[in-house]
Design a protein around this ligand. Structure first.
Ligand code: TRP
Ligand code: SF4
Length: 542
């Protein structure tokens, strides 16, 4: 999670776009709000943790809706049920593994730049929830990142790190089952970061993060370190892994998914003939194959050249051609060059990084009819999924990583208690998990609400729970697992039965109780932390 302190941000980093003041907001029933009429969304891991329009994240960045997978998640967490966790990338393999009791992992990291607050609690809860459902759980302290990107000293980092860890344990993380580490002392993470760094160059980091000639080398190193963090749970054994984060971290997730695939020895694709086809061509060739009855002299053995002729004539006109415009011509040309070769569907395993021994082992492992080419093997009796598994197994046996692309889930940022965004530099806008419970009480009592100007109006029109930071507190935290309670607050508010004074009093009381209980728990887990396998003091200077 990031907060909005960005005093040490490099000059080359782009500024996130804040919503214009007075932007109209569309009401949602899940406690979130969406702003309309905003042109631009920038996801900046070191910028303000603020998203003005969640829909744009789906449209522009390809994040998928959490609702698409919700029904496949066993006993979903209340943050999932209430749409606080709104987005995901490729979460299905993780949900499947949890359901089937197969291996899975969860990992997230925390930059120790200040006190842990109720926004971080969302991530702590997400890690713990996955751990309770059998996933290998990892919580890491991003101390290298805090030092390089935010300029914190090692003493400050140690103090904050301890506070994050105590809250994570107090909320239920089991350090005996799970792993805690700090980036600076995890040798395996450093080594993996180095290897991943071989695959990522400066222009790429520049394009993703806006780095330029002024960016510190260590800041860049903290990026490859985060890539290594994300893939670390798979180091011994590839497995579905989820990274719960705020959407500002999505650029990191995308790069990690990319690097995971670039590290792979083998890639699996479909093919219809011996030549290589790009995805656009492949889509055309697949359709030509399906239409073979229409043009082949012997439909059991359609020839490449027959398909080429058909594509250039009547077939081409009727095809569902992919967006990529040249695909039809390229496909026809490749098919023509292949001449009398029969078109025959097959699963192709391409050797991208494997050495000769690895490729040999792969070829041996393919059962059934196969044809071996210089850099790929075509398997005629293997479906794609089996081929993927086989390729991964051989890769791991042969000393490769065999990474699965990491998955992610994204939660909404909480609105600040004073309206606007929640920011650690404005103490009244957020509640720290270390706040004196009385102060927590007072902050809630002083919070902005979605209430009307007078009690009469409120009774008549109802409150605007969707615009209310106090309602968010209920939905994100205070109602806990009790959906009925969260819904009741919402309905009573919008129905005009609930007035803000009482509502805030109730929320403030619950917040105080939560903070008291949490802080007591923190004391109780001190011993657990001392016993945990993580260095609490950095030997570093500076
Ligand atoms: N960059 C994250 C932040 O700003 C911290 C982090 C480091 C992290 N490594 C990670 C988050 C791996 C998720 C996964 O808070
Ligand atoms: Fe917010 Fe409660 Fe007022 Fe509704 S009644 S606007 S939820 S403070």
């Amino acid at each position: 999670m990031t907060d909005d302190e960005h005093s040490t941000r490099g000059e080359g980093e782009s500024d996130p776009v804040d919503p214009p003041v007075g932007t109209r907001r569309r009401a949602r029933t899940d406690g979130g709000v969406e702003a309309e009429d905003v042109d631009d969304v920038v996801l900046d891991p070191w910028g303000a943790a603020n998203v003005s329009d969640y829909r744009k994240l789906f449209e522009e960045f390809g994040i998928e809706e959490f609702d698409d997978v919700l029904s496949e998640v066993p006993e979903p967490h209340y943050l999932m049920r209430r749409g606080v966790i709104f987005g995901q990338r490729d979460y299905r393999p993780v949900a499947d593994a949890l359901r089937e009791g197969e291996d899975a992992a969860v990992l997230s990291g925390f930059m120790p730049t200040g006190d842990p607050h109720i926004g971080h609690k969302l991530v702590f809860d997400e890690i713990i929830w996955h751990q309770e459902r059998g996933a290998d759980a990892y919580g890491l302290i991003a101390d290298l990142e805090a030092h390089a990107a935010r300029g914190l000293s090692w003493d400050e980092i140690d103090e904050h790190a301890r506070n994050y860890l105590l809250s994570l344990l107090a909320l239920g993380f089991d350090p005996e089952e799970g792993d805690l580490y700090r980036q600076s002392t995890n040798r395996e993470v450093q080594d993996l970061a180095f290897e991943l760094g071989v695959e990522a160059n400066f222009s790429e980091l520049g394009a993703i993060y806006g780095f330029d000639g002024e960016t510190d080398v260590s800041h860049m190193q903290s990026v490859v370190t985060q890539m290594a963090d994300i893939l670390y749970p798979q180091l011994d054994d590839p497995k579905p892994t989820v990274i719960p984060v705020g959407p500002d971290q999505d650029p990191h997730v995308r790069l990690a998914r990319d690097l995971a695939s670039r590290m792979r020895y083998f890639g699996v694709t479909e093919a219809y003939a011996s030549f290589e086809a790009d995805p656009g061509e492949l889509a055309v060739i697949a359709q030509a194959y399906d239409a073979r009855e229409k043009y082949a002299e012997d439909p059991d053995q359609p020839r490449c050249t027959e398909a080429a002729d058909w594509l250039r004539g009547e077939g081409g006109a009727r095809l569902d051609v992919p967006e990529d415009e040249g695909a039809l011509d390229r496909a026809a040309e490749s098919l023509e060059n292949a001449g009398m070769e029969p078109l025959r569907p097959r699963t192709r395993i391409v050797n991208r990084r494997g050495d000769d021994a690895a490729f040999e082992a792969l070829i041996d492992a393919v059962d059934g009819e196969k044809r071996v080419f210089e850099a790929h093997v075509d398997a005629f009796d293997l479906d794609r999924e089996t081929a993927e598994e086989l390729a991964r197994e051989v890769e791991v046996e042969q000393g490769g990583y065999g990474f699965l692309p990491p998955s992610s889930i994204y939660h909404r940022f909480m609105t600040g208690l004073t309206g606007g965004k929640m920011s650690s530099s404005i103490p009244a806008s957020h509640i720290s998990l270390l706040d004196d419970p009385e102060d927590g009480y007072d902050k809630v009592k002083a919070a902005t609400t979605g209430g009307r100007e007078t009690a009469e109006l409120q009774r008549e029109l109802g409150g605007e729970a969707d615009e209310c930071p106090v309602y968010e507190l209920y939905a994100y935290l205070l109602a806990g697992d009790d959906d009925e309670f969260a819904t009741r607050v919402y309905d009573e508010c919008v129905g005009g039965e609930r007035l803000c004074g009482d509502c805030k009093e109730q929320a403030a009381g619950l917040m105080k109780e939560f903070l008291e209980a949490h802080q007591e728990k923190r004391e109780e887990v001190e011993g657990l932390l001392e016993a945990a396998d993580i260095e609490l003091e950095s030997p570093r200077k500076g």
